[in-house]
Design a protein around this ligand. Sequence first.
Ligand code: ZN
Length: 325
Amino acid sequence: MFSYHEIMTNRISGLHHVTAIAGPAQENLDFYSGILGLRLVKKSVNQDDPTTYHLFYADAEGHPGTDITFFPWADLAPRRDGYGLSTEVALAVAPGSLDFWGGRLARMNARISAIEERFGEKVLPFADPHGLRLALVESASSLGRPFVPWESSPVPPEHQIRGLEGARMVERELGETVAFLEEAFGFREIADEDGWKRYGVGEGVSGQYVDLQAAPNECRGAWGTGSVHHLAWRVADDAAQRDVREDVAKAGGQPTPVIDRFWFKSVYFREPGGVLFELATDGPGFAVDEAAANLGETLVLPPWLESSRPAIEAALPKLTPPTVR
Ligand code: ZN
């Protein structure tokens, strides 16, 4: 059995969070918290555009690797499919959970597809209300992950989403991206099936891989509602982040300086195929500026925006907790 301890010797230990672009914020909250049963662990604003929320959903404690976040940009056009984008986010559930989820998502009128098998695991593809492609994966290895169920979730603890399972990326061609993942991230090929190549760290189990497909005949894709904005990868601490940042630069990437996001520190760059990546530290975590029991209940602003709080709060749409179903 794979051990999580083992992979901490690698500098990237898996996915930290995925950030995507949503439509109206209330619809986003209703879906991710009210239907998928994730906890809203942080309600903040886009630090570059404080008229827009930044909503973070995760397990009860906001463990790194359980987190999917959104910029609700209701006025943005829908994404344009094509290469150079991450095209699907996979979420881990326990084996035997897909019957529950298929029934629940159908009852809530979510857009679901037929169950598939991928790399030996059962997968339920579906989409959120704004078109973001998602997949629930019955992942045995997810049972060994740090995960705390949320007791106020409408989803029973045994079926709750246990974290990010993986993500898909579509590229014009794979060569440069693969070389980059190997050199800068220390990834290796885990498996190859049905036109998708899986690259990851360690054994490439739950939360530790990305699936790549070449689409040389498509056009370049573009961000819009329903698209992934970036994939953030876990680094243990500032020192690991500095080391990986250097390797990214050596491999030809153009990483930003370290940016303090308070709940973690971030570095951004595009991988050679165009997908925006982030390196995010595991700490200090979401409880650094709110009590763990009250995560996500009040609007949290970075210090330099505190003086503008009344104007920011007035400009943001009101959010009400989803009706539990
Ligand atoms: Zn991010």
